[in-house]
Design a protein around this ligand. Structure first.
Ligand code: MN
Length: 227
């Protein structure tokens, strides 16, 4: 093989609870996967086909600090569950989908809502609102061997001790196996892919100094300060 002509970028990784690093290949995020959140974002709560957008792999950051991003005055939190894949494929049947999961973690889909809203209004892509630096705070991934598969459990996000978002994993319109199957019909999934599984209602803004606590029953909670 010939040499790289510039320094090769590092493979981005997220720590694994208990040791090791999970290399991130792609990040898929589902939109409007809880009926109440779909309604608050102006959508239809019916079970329309799901839609996905992407973040960049190196937007996922295991840190206790969230750096308030530039070019926005309206950054929102969205608590989500990250699903980390250990193998990929195409046309994965629902019955086999969970065999592809390495583990789970609490994460945040931080969003420049003002920029996302402006993009939406013009029918433009969402990356400017979604795929910015540090936009995916995430906890160390917990292997299925330790936590099993999660299909129910309380989801809660607090800002400065005040509850802002509450839901349950069992309220997801598209369940984890269904999301894997759907994505695998449109993309070739691979080991290292991470799926962010959508947020309950109650999204809202943060400012510098705020402390966000995000928890999903059965997983280690995420605490992060906005700086
Ligand atoms: Mn989201």
């Amino acid at each position: 093989m010939s040499e790289f002509v510039i320094a090769a970028p590092k493979i981005h990784t997220v720590p694994v609870s208990g040791g090791g690093e999970f290399p991130v290949r792609r990040v898929y995020c589902i939109g409007r996967n809880y009926a109440a959140h779909s309604i608050e974002m102006g959508g239809d709560p019916d079970r329309d086909p799901p839609f996905f957008f992407q973040k960049n792999p190196n937007n996922l950051c295991a840190s206790d600090q969230f750096i308030y991003p530039p070019k926005t005055g309206d950054v929102h939190y969205e608590i989500e569950m990250a699903v980390a894949l250990k193998k990929g494929g195409i046309n994965i049947p629902v019955s086999r989908a969970l065999d592809h999961v390495y583990g789970y973690a609490v994460c945040l889909d931080m969003t420049r809502r003002d920029l996302q809203g402006a993009a939406k209004a013009k029918g433009r892509p969402w990356e400017i609102g979604k795929a910015f630096e540090n936009s995916g705070p995430i906890m160390p991934i917990q292997p299925v061997a330790d936590v099993g598969h999660l299909d129910h459990g309380r989801v809660e996000l607090m800002v400065n001790g005040e509850t802002k978002q509450v839901g349950d994993l069992n309220q997801m319109i598209w369940k984890v196996p269904e999301m894997i199957t759907y994505l695998s019909e449109y993309f070739e999934l691979g080991a290292g892919d991470v799926i962010m599984s959508g947020t309950p209602s109650g999204v809202g803004p943060v400012v510098r100094g705020d402390e966000i606590s995000a928890s999903i029953q059965g997983l280690n909670p995420l605490k992060i300060k906005v700086i």
